[in-house]
Structures are given as structure tokens and as C-alpha cells.
Design a protein around this ligand. Structure first.
Ligand SMILES: CCCC(=O)SCCNC(=O)CCNC(=O)[C@H](O)C(C)(C)COP(=O)(O)OP(=O)(O)OC[C@H]1O[C@@H](n2cnc3c(N)ncnc32)[C@H](O)[C@@H]1OP(=O)(O)O
Length: 276
């Protein structure tokens, strides 16, 4: 087994497993919002090797997006994602193939986590195995009222392949995460909310519209402010307190006296709570 396989090698391997696509939609780019769409409807959005390559290409494109603010990851059709492609799982059923698939996905998803944008997973219908793992990579998990989310890996005789347990633990805490992966239980929307996994429940018939509104409310400020805040929270979640203060300072001081800062000071803003 090649311990540090090249991207080219891994992509040649994964591209043997075709079907479906993951694509970036620019419909709301003018608002600084990108849609990342999982589309393999006939297989309930199972993630093929080719789709893992698509996902990486989308993330590489997002890395170049200078004035982006947010990304919404969602699934077409009646599922968020039924997880890893079982055709791949059956054909490449050996540890070396598992290592290659996991190594490649980890690298992509680490990059996704480091994006300086607010990331939101809109999760509906089945989100199982790798589907649940993808769901928890975002900053916010919004679930539709028809969600069925489960870390079912244990039932399949495996553990999380794409780093989902690490992410899950950071969201719901150690004991709840352990319970979820040890039981392979499938959770409803209300249960996801009670666990602290979901941030909000949306109506499945208007789920994208509701999620867009949620995202718009979080992205009212200039993209530079959003990206700096995200750089700080990304760093804090991965690094020590001391290093975090350093990065927070690095993100802060160039904005002290910037055009935006001066304009805000000139407005003599009074920070009273909005009355709705
Ligand atoms: C790599 C990380 C680890 C993993 O993710 S391991 C995979 C874990 N996921 C699973 O085991 C999901 C298995 N699938 C299911 O439980 C059900 O299909 C599911 C998602 C609840 C949907 O149920 P239904 O709506 O009744 O649909 P269905 O069963 O008739 O499926 C429709 C077609 O989709 C296919 N499908 C579903 N999940 C798949 C998968 N993960 N990989 C490949 N194909 C998958 C299914 O075989 C069926 O295909 P076809 O129409 O018979 O050709």
C-alpha cells in the first residue's frame, strides 16, 4: 500500500466508480452564497468515487472565491445522501481500497472545513453512514422535518470513513457522539434538535427557501468580516487557546482603522436590539 498516494493516483482509482455528480451552483453568487448540490437521485444520492472527485474540484473552486460568504450543501430529490456507494463498497472490499478512499476524502473535507465561509448542511430524508458524515462537516446542520439521520457504520461492520465521528464529537460532545455511533440509531428531526446536532428544523416543502433566509441573516456584513470571523473560529476549533489568540489578533488589527471601521465609527451606531 502506498502510504502517501498522490492525488492523481487516487483520482484514477476513484474515477473507476462513476454515477451521479456533485456540483457548485452559482444561482445566489451575487449574494455571496454558493449551493453545493449532491445529485445521484436514482441511488438516493449515494456517493460514488467520481462524486468524491467532483467534491474536491468544487472545494478547490470555492477556495478561489474571493468575496464568498456562505455555502449550502444539500441533496437533490428525496434524500440528502444514502452514504458511500455500496457498489464501490462491495467491489473494493479490502483495507487498501478503504485507506485510499478515506485518505482522499479526508483531504477534501479538511479543505472544506478550512473555507472562510459559513457552511450549512441542509439535510432531508435519509442521511446515512457517509451521508451523515458529510452533513456534520458544516458549521450548521439544518434538518428538514422528514430527516432520518444515522451513523449506521457499526451495522455495516465499519466505523466512520470520512472523519464524521471527530466532527460529530465537536458538535454534540463526547458522550452523545459515542451513543450515536455505538447504537447506529436513526434520528428524527426533533431528536437531532434535542441532541444539539441540528441547529434548526425547516419545513420539508420549503426547505431551501427557509435555509437561504437563515443564511442571509448570518451574512449581512461585508464578506471580509465574515471571512475573518470564520478564519478565527476555524482556527480555534483546531488549535490551542494560545495559538488562537494569535490568529484572532492577526485577523483583527488590519481592520482597526480600515474603511469599514471608519465608516461605522462615523455613523455613531447605537447598538439597540431590533424590535420585530
Ligand atoms: C463510506 C462511508 C460508509 C457508508 O456510507 S456505508 C453505506 C451506508 N448506507 C447504506 O447502507 C444505505 C443503504 N440504503 C438504504 O438504507 C435505503 O436505500 C434508503 C437510503 C433508506 C432509501 O430507501 P428507499 O427510499 O426505499 O430506496 P431503495 O432502497 O429502493 O433505493 C433506491 C435505489 O438506491 C440504491 N441505493 C440506496 N443506497 C445506496 C448506496 N448507499 N449505494 C448505492 N446504491 C444505493 C438502491 O440499491 C436502489 O437501487 P435500484 O433502484 O435497486 O437500482
Amino acid at each position: 500500500m502506498e502510504e502517501n498516494p498522490s492525488t492523481e493516483f487516487l483520482e484514477n482509482f476513484l474515477l473507476n466508480y462513476t454515477g451521479g455528480e456533485i456540483k457548485l451552483l452559482q444561482t445566489y453568487y451575487n449574494e455571496g452564497i454558493a449551493l453545493l448540490c449532491i445529485n445521484h437521485v436514482e441511488k438516493r444520492n449515494a456517493i460514488t468515487g467520481k462524486m468524491l472527485v467532483d467534491l474536491r474540484n468544487c472545494v478547490l473552486e470555492l477556495e478561489k472565491w474571493e468575496n464568498g460568504k456562505a455555502v449550502i450543501l444539500y441533496g437533490e430529490g428525496i434524500a440528502f445522501s444514502s452514504g458511500g456507494d455500496l457498489n464501490f463498497a462491495r467491489t473494493e472490499n479490502n483495507p487498501t481500497s478503504g485507506f485510499y478512499m478515506s485518505y482522499y476524502a479526508h483531504d477534501t473535507l479538511k479543505r472544506f472545513r478550512k473555507l472562510p465561509f459559513v457552511t450549512v448542511s441542509l439535510v432531508h430524508g435519509p442521511a446515512l453512514g457517509g451521508g451523515a458524515e458529510l452533513a456534520v462537516y458544516s458549521d450548521y446542520v439544518i434538518v428538514a422535518d422528514d430527516v432520518k439521520l444515522g451513523f449506521v457504520h457499526g451495522k455495516m461492520g465499519i466505523v466512520s470513513a470520512w472523519g464524521g465521528t471527530t466532527r460529530l464529537m465537536r458538535i454534540v460532545g463526547e458522550r452523545k457522539a459515542l451513543e450515536m455511533v455505538l447504537t447506529s440509531k436513526i434520528y428524527s428531526a426533533k431528536e437531532c434538535l434535542d441532541l444539539g446536532l441540528a441547529y434548526k428544523i425547516v419545513n420539508s416543502s420549503i426547505k431551501l427557501a427557509e435555509t437561504l433566509n437563515f443564511v442571509r441573516a448570518l451574512t449581512v456584513h461585508d464578506y471580509s468580516i465574515i471571512q475573518s470571523n470564520k478564519n478565527v473560529t476555524n482556527f480555534v476549533s483546531e488549535n490551542s487557546f494560545e495559538k488562537s489568540l494569535d490568529i484572532e489578533r492577526e485577523q483583527f488589527y488590519p481592520k482597526w482603522g480600515s474603511k469599514l471601521n471608519k465608516e461605522a465609527l462615523d455613523k455613531r451606531i447605537k447598538h439597540v436590539q431590533n424590535k420585530n
